[in-house]
Write a protein that binds this ligand. Structure first.
Ligand code: PXP
Length: 236
């Protein structure tokens, strides 16, 4: 299974002092060296961590894929069109949230998403939609002609007790199976760490996991390269 490393929180740390350290390009290259298959960066409308120029610098500095996460806000879409990353992942975004809290509701955003998906596909950018493991959403992703879906694993990661955890796993398994049946590539991410990732790795049909926070936290104790290598080993 492939690993996308989200380096938003390297930028969070840099923004704490407003200078240049820690450098996001150095972080991205370190992840690449450790075996990451892609680098994930979320350009938020409020620019709380990643800045526009970080994306251009990282894209030019790495040989692996750059997956840009974003909302469908015009100011952010404009940057993505200029950048032309390998992949864009559309996510919902709320100003006051600490992190992405749920999957995108493809039904209520359909007209705008339809336009955005086709604009990026025309530019040969792979398009993924971040959704909850809900079969209606998977079906809508297919209708919108997305290339991939990324299943939100945050509810699974926060689930307490065996029953709740296995219910969430079952929902994810069903979602992945349905996505594959409809010809969509299946990714997953959010809230994953070295413990809870073990059950996710067992889900057949999942191609890539996108992991950020727990890797950056772990890197404080073992270094970023080792943290990514550890996670890569679990994904094998
Ligand atoms: N996938 C998506 C779509 C996300 O929005 C995020 C968080 O930015 C992640 C994966 C990574 O989540 P975490 O930082 O909790 O590992």
């Amino acid at each position: 299974m492939k690993l996308g490393v989200n380096i938003d929180h390297v930028a969070t740390l840099r923004q704490a002092r407003g200078g240049f350290e820690p450098d996001v390009v150095r972080a991205a290259k370190t992840c690449e060296r450790a075996g990451a298959n892609s680098i994930v960066m979320h350009l938020r409308e409020d620019r709380r961590h990643v800045q526009d120029r970080d994306l251009f610098r990282v894209k030019n500095g790495i040989a692996i894929r750059l997956n840009m996460e974003m909302s469908i806000a015009p100011s952010v879409v404009k940057v993505a069109k200029e950048l032309r990353p390998h992949q864009v992942t559309f996510v919902p975004e709320k100003r006051r949230e600490r992190t992405t809290e749920s999957g995108l509701d493809l039904v209520s955003h359909e007209p705008r998403l339809h336009r955005a998906v086709s604009e990026f596909k025309e530019r040969r950018v792979v398009v993924s939609l971040f959704i909850d493991a809900d079969l209606r959403q998977v079906e809508k992703a297919m209708e919108l002609e997305a290339d991939a879906v990324e299943f939100h694993t945050g509810t699974y990661a926060n689930a307490k007790g065996r029953q709740e955890i296995s219910k969430e796993l079952q929902r994810l398994r069903r979602g992945v199976l349905f996505a594959r049946e409809l010809g969509l590539t299946a990714h997953a991410g959010h809230g994953l760490d070295t413990h809870n990732v073990r059950e996710i790795v067992r889900i057949k049909g999942l191609e890539e996991l996108n992991i950020g926070y727990s890797l950056i936290v772990r890197s404080l104790w073992v270094g970023l390269e080792n943290a990514v290598k550890e996670m890569k080993a679990l994904l094998k």
